[in-house]
Design a protein around this ligand. Structure first.
Ligand code: GDP
Ligand code: IMO
Ligand code: MG
Length: 431
């Protein structure tokens, strides 16, 4: 089985959607393995813009199988909305090109309520979640009280699962002085969507491990970014799933032995949506404003402004190691066009001590002072450039510096939002 995991190596929104769509041409099966509709993956094909949250980016290409794996938390109503909107744009979606793991955990309306209520109560200490119910849904999964897709076909089991989940939820709601939710209410809502979603239900691990798929190429599409990983990210300002490449195995049912190649996606600078540490952030700064406006740095899901800053090679080196990245794709190089000088963070000074990684204590991270190397910028436009030779000399030096500090070769450079504006130095698939 030839396969490739595509993961974000920063705080998300690195351009995974564009890369998965581009590489999807060479794959047979495209699998989402974690996260939910907190993700927002944008794909631009000529004059069309697609924004996907749950569906794997392979859904846009003909004759590809898209799979939502068990590691995802699935909001059935969000999925229906996404499928309807794609069908309006002429994309056909049926069991032939979409399968959903029967053991996927569902996001139910009360998960969203709880997510938003917690954020509201936390005030200045909020996480800045997307409000999609991701955290509470994963809590229910590890708390062994999730409703899973296959439960929808068994009314008795469904009721039992809902009773268990709601007995937990309603205690919290009572404590917060909020109204409780009844089993009947959720059953009724699920009843309205059950038929639609159940038709995609498949034993995905079996499907992926079938003999006939042994020669197929599988592309695993990561969501969020490595610094939002629940174990290795900037905890507690993280999402509630493991976003690192090894999650591709457990989130789909393909054995870890089979998951071989990893492509790490990085923006040529850094961005982050929501709260939490961001050592190289440029606040009230001209360059920060340039990155934000030229890069159109607004969240796809929530429309919030993304915070912007210099490229942090110390952090990306850390995430490349954790993911087992073979090569990186550097996106949004064109956004740096016209900047006089560029900085790359190579480590931190914290209380007069040098660190080449980000310590896990947030208190330390607050007092962090990035150490930069400075590079010359370029005036030429790199928008739409598709060969290395046509890049300005200083842009090449900048890419080489990233490769050196991060310790990984750049396989791909992206120079515009469009599907075709890519420099492929080396194929990230098995060599
Ligand atoms: P994802 O969540 O990692 O898939 O990334 P998003 O789609 O949320 O955010 C990346 C944004 O940058 C999208 O609007 C893309 O269309 C855009 N984009 C991707 N690659 C490039 C690039 O090379 N240059 C520019 N200017 N925009 C890009
Ligand atoms: P893609 O796949 C950027 C962030 C939220 C918040 C934190 C927790 O498009 O790269 P959650 O709703 O997951 O509980 O929120 O994680 N976040 C993302 N940031 N891109 C994403 O996905 C994100 N998904 C979640 O902003 O800080
Ligand atoms: Mg995104």
């Amino acid at each position: 089985m030839n396969n490739l995991v595509v993961v974000g190596c920063q705080w998300g929104d690195e351009g995974k959607g564009k890369l998965v769509d581009y590489l999807g041409d060479k794959a047979d099966i495209i699998v989402r393995f974690q996260g939910g509709n907190n993700a927002g993956h944008t794909i631009v094909t000529g004059d069309k813009i697609f924004k996907l949250s749950l569906l794997p980016s392979g859904i846009l290409r003909d004759n590809k199988l898209s799979i939502i794996g068990n590691g995802v938390v699935l909001d059935p109503w969000a999925l229906k909305k996404e499928i309807d909107s794609l069908e309006n744009l002429g994309i056909q979606i049926s069991k032939k090109n979409l399968m959903i793991a029967e053991n996927v955990s569902l996001i139910l309306p009360f998960h969203k309520e709880l997510d938003n209520l917690r954020e509201e109560i936390a005030g200045g200490k909020k996480i800045g979640t997307t409000g999609r119910g991701i955290g509470p849904a994963y809590e229910d999964k590890v708390g062994r009280r999730s409703v899973r897709l296959s439960d929808l076909n068994n009314p008795e089991l469904l009721r039992e699962r809902l009773e268990r989940s709601l007995s937990h939820y309603n205690i919290l709601m009572k404590g917060y002085g909020k109204s409780e939710c009844s089993v009947y209410e959720v059953e009724k809502k699920l009843g309205e969507i059950s038929h639609f979603i159940s038709k995609f239900s498949t034993c995905v691990w079996q499907e992926l491990n079938q003999e006939k798929n042994k020669d197929k190429t599988i592309l695993f599409e990561g969501a969020q970014g490595s610094l939002l990983d629940v174990d290795f990210g900037t905890y507690p300002y993280v999402t509630s799933s493991n976003t690192l490449a090894p999650a591709a195995s457990i989130g789909s049912g393909v054995s870890a032995k089979e998951v071989k190649n990893v492509l790490g996606i990085v923006k040529a600078y850094s961005t982050r949506v929501g709260e939490g540490p961001f050592p190289t952030e440029l606040i009230n700064d001209q360059v920060g404003n340039h990155l934000s406006s030229v890069g159109h740095e607004k969240g796809t899901v929530t429309g919030r402004d993304r915070r912007c800053g210099w490229f942090d090679a110390a952090l990306v080196k850390q995430t490349c190691i954790l993911n087992g990245v073979d090569g990186i794709a550097i996106t949004k190089l064109d956004v740096l066009d016209g900047l006089k000088e560029l900085k790359i963070c190579i480590g931190y000074n914290i209380k007069n001590k040098f660190y080449n990684y980000l310590p896990s204590s947030i208190d330390l991270a607050k007092k962090i002072e990035p150490i930069y190397e400075v590079f010359k910028g370029w005036n030429e436009s790199t928008v739409g450039v598709t060969s290395l030779e046509r890049l300005p000399k200083n842009a090449i030096s900048y890419i080489k510096a990233i490769e050196k500090f991060v310790g990984c070769p750049a396989y791909i450079i992206s120079t515009s939002p469009d599907r075709d504006d890519i420099i492929e130095v080396q194929s990230p698939f098995e060599r």
